[in-house]
Design a protein around this ligand. Structure first.
Ligand code: FES
Length: 145
């Protein structure tokens, strides 16, 4: 079983980075995968257009945990524009690959980052869609408050 996964995936699954809640986050996004029911919540602290901190909570499979861990590592210290360019492909590559049936889990990580950035725009009174595009969140009302 473990042989399906790269060492990096196993490492991030066993010891995920940046796990937890962030009470002073100024951007929070939550997405769910309707296929498997897994949920991912992303907390960001954004200052001067830079993501200075990122944390996540994932109720999901090992690949979802590993990809959220890697995604938070990749966006920390980056500008909002750079974070918007983060693709699930880049996350998978940084993890040295995922089995094909697990690639959809990495999509959750990309969407969680985008959902948090959309929340950030909304809090500034800016319509996020031109920047972030449409995000499928599990529950519209969760990100509306
Ligand atoms: Fe649900 Fe991986 S099986 S995100």
């Amino acid at each position: 079983m473990a042989g399906m996964y790269s060492e990096k995936v196993m490492e991030h699954f066993a010891h995920p980075h940046n796990v937890g809640e962030m009470p002073d986050a100024n951007a929070v996004g939550e997405v769910g995968n309707p296929k498997c029911g897994d949920i991912m919540r992303m907390y960001l602290k954004i200052e001067n257009n830079m993501v200075v901190d990122a944390k996540f909570m994932t109720f999901g499979c090992g690949a979802a945990i590993a990809t959220s861990s890697m995604a938070t590592d990749l966006i920390k210290g980056k500008s909002i524009e750079e974070c918007l360019k983060l693709t699930n492909k880049a996350v998978v590559e940084a993890l040295d690959g995922l089995p094909p049936i697990k690639v959809h889990c990495s999509v959750l990580a990309e969407e969680a980052v985008k959902a948090a950035l959309a929340d950030y725009y909304r809090r500034q009174g800016i319509d996020p869609e031109p920047f972030v595009g449409k995000i499928e969140t599990s529950c519209e009302s969760c990100s509306a408050h």
